[in-house]
Design a protein around this ligand. Sequence first.
Ligand code: AMP
Ligand code: GLY
Length: 441
Amino acid sequence: MKVLVIGGGAREHTICEAVKRSDAELYSIMKNLNPGIRRIARDFYLHDETDVEKVTEYAVSKNIDLAIVGPEAPEEAGITNALREKGIAVASPSKEAAEIETNKEFMRSLMERHGIIGTLKSRAFSDVREAKKFIEMMDGEVAVKPVGLTGGKGVKVAGDHFRNIEEAVKYAEEVITKKIGGEARVLIEEKAAGEEFTIQAFCDGSTIIPTPAVQDHKRLLPGDDGPNTGGMGSYSDASGLLPFMDRNDYEEAVSILQGIVEAMGREGRDYRGVIYGQFMLTGEGPKVIEINARWGDPEAMNILPLLKADFVDICMAMVEGKLSRKRVGFERKSTVCKYVVPEGYGTNPMADKEIFVDENAIKKEGGQLFYASVNERDGKIYTTRSRSLAVVGIADRIEEAEKICEKCLEHVKGEHIFIRHDIGKKELIQKRIDHIAMLRG
Ligand code: AMP
Ligand code: GLY
């Protein structure tokens, strides 16, 4: 079977490895030359992933049987729809289904329309005076978000990024006037307090199969400080839960995802592909922060290496609506993933700096290496403005997985790189456990 993976990040590198484990013939379209993907792909096309015409042309010319879209931008551009029109199976949502991610206002209104639990009070505005009234009514305890895509970087939250109503209104105005996220519209949401977690699930339009919970770290700096990023690292536990949550929390979150998929179906937006729920575990249970129409990055790297089932087979079951017949198991292992990013990432990243990676040493330590937005030239690896590569440690317990991950990171060198070393460490996890215990009284 010929499988095309669209995207050249670490998430896509993980997906490509899973495709290879299924013994499929791998093809890739990426805008940067990811050395990990290049090495395992039968063929690749270095091109803008959102160019629907060219991507489709390439897929047709290579007789692709199945395509998997990694990032959200090509989904929004309509790549799934275009490939399906050519008779190619795509294990990712259509443009209409992906709106659950690409339009945050749609996501909130869908949940309200169908009475799905776990949403937050929210309203979208094109007029800053109206937005101001709502922010005042919420006492400034809000999150201010562009309605459209910003790569996880456009959200500002009370207490973290602004201190008072005035500053919240100022950012809401900026979102509207600068059309951040592509539209002159801002979403104001009630701020949820708690601990975040991610659940990703395979979905075939009606059945969903959830995967182990993961915790990502969106903030740039140790101790959850600094601006939001695409995610600096993540961990998961062998139990499938996280140290600060219980089985009920997990199941409630899964039932919210199930509710969303059913609601999408009722509205004629058949959802096939991976669905990603970002939740805040609050004193009143899990609340939806965002829904994504794809694997998480980094979260895919915590899950796919543990998958015991045949990945391509599951992808075909999603496409054909046959997930209910599949058994999907995961190794009972804990994982810790840390990203290496260029110094200045999130503000003023040092692009085009060389990184030295000792792949054999990482393998010997027992870790897994996934390349992200780097470029390979003459056998050397250079940073771009985005995240560079990720290392995953896998072991019975989180603590051991974290140690393996750190050992591996010693084999990644560069004068201009940055890593959040606190991810997966005992101290940070204990803080999360204490936080939830406090919220639950
Ligand atoms: P998003 O891109 O929507 O995931 O937002 C980025 C980050 O902002 C999230 O991971 C949360 O940490 C935070 N955030 C977003 N919405 C809210 C909210 N309503 N309440 C509290 N924090 C939020
Ligand atoms: N890790 C966050 C995301 O993939 O959106």
